[in-house]
Design a protein around this ligand. Structure first.
Ligand code: AMP
Ligand code: ZN
Length: 114
């Protein structure tokens, strides 16, 4: 989608610290990290929100989770732990309308979330 920030990152039109890429998924460091480790994992295909996902997106959504977990584990957080979060809609604070998982680690993460 031409005016989507995360689509532009996938297309290389906006720079990002890319940590993973395959034919369906891109991951990159969050520009405003909320924890010592904070990466975003996104589908290359533009999907505005989890609300818009369909049953046929199940494998893609699962892959996002697998990539988030792999990146956190490879960064050394398999034992200490990490959190994977997706914000959907205004009450959750979704600010970029392109589906993304946050992978967070490196500090004790409060629960319940704010
Ligand atoms: P959310 O608020 O759940 O929609 O998450 C959007 C995330 O995107 C926030 O954590 C932002 O810090 C992050 N973000 C916004 N712009 C960029 C960018 N250009 N590169 C990397 N992360 C970004
Ligand atoms: Zn997009």
């Amino acid at each position: 989608m031409s005016d989507c920030l995360f689509c532009k990152i996938c297309e290389g039109k906006i720079p990002a610290a890319i940590t993973y890429r395959d034919e369906e998924v891109v991951a990159f460091k969050d520009i405003g990290p909320k924890a010592p480790f904070h990466q975003l994992v996104i589908p290359i295909r533009h999907i505005a929100s989890l609300v818009e996902t369909k049953p046929e997106d199940a494998a893609l959504l699962g892959k996002l989770m697998l990539v988030a977990s792999k990146l956190a584990a490879e960064a050394g957080f398999a034992a200490s732990g990490f959190r994977v979060v997706a914000n959907a809609g205004p009450d959750a604070g979704q600010s970029v309308p392109h589906v993304h998982l946050h992978a967070l680690a490196g500090r004790s993460l409060g629960w319940p979330p704010g």
